[in-house]
Design a protein around this ligand. Structure first.
Ligand SMILES: [Zn+2]
Length: 173
């Protein structure tokens, strides 16, 4: 069942609080190693890939869709594997900040990238919703990618690859 973002009521989870005292577990170490391996693999694929065509960029923009408005985002305080505590935003409807491929960040303090999330606590919405719902702008018909038939792992891998490519693209700019 799909619920709309604006009406969603989510019970946000906490893990490993107080964040400052959290001691990484064996599972955390393993997740970090896996994240690093995946990251390196993706970097190698990106390095081998031909430069982006305009068509491909356009496709990427379509895939990403319009930017998420700030009131659809929830702020989190995260403790990363490296021990630094940072803030990050995630989709509001998600009860925890480390689902799927979002379970890591590039640490702004020590630049460890990726640094998996080992503990977290919710802070609050990034912004208040706009005053009174206006008539929703007719969004352009979203072409649904044939996502349903693919496995979660495939999607996660693709997502990871796209993120890395985006990052590579940003680095070029
Ligand atoms: Zn760090």
């Amino acid at each position: 069942m799909l619920s709309t973002f604006t009406d969603v009521e989510v019970e946000y989870l906490c893990h490993g609080v107080p964040l400052a005292d959290y001691q990484p577990t064996k599972a955390d170490h393993r997740r970090q190693q896996e994240a690093v391996r995946t990251h390196e693999w993706v970097q190698r694929q990106v390095a081998k890939a031909p430069p982006w065509t305009e068509e491909r960029r356009e496709r990427m923009r379509e895939l990403l869709g319009p930017p998420i408005p700030p009131w659809e985002l929830q702020r989190w305080r995260l403790r990363l594997y490296c021990g630094h505590i940072v803030e990050a935003a995630r989709i509001r409807k998600s009860p925890r900040p480390d689902g799927g491929v979002c379970d890591k960040e590039a640490c702004p303090e020590c630049c460890l990238d990726p640094s998996v999330i080992v503990a977290f606590e919710p802070l609050g919405p990034l912004a208040d919703p706009p005053p009174k719902k206006r008539s929703q702008k007719p969004s352009r018909p979203s072409r649904k990618p044939p996502a349903d038939r693919r496995s979660k792992a495939e999607l996660a891998a693709e997502n990871e690859a796209l993120r890395a490519e985006l990052q590579a693209l940003r680095d070029q700019m």
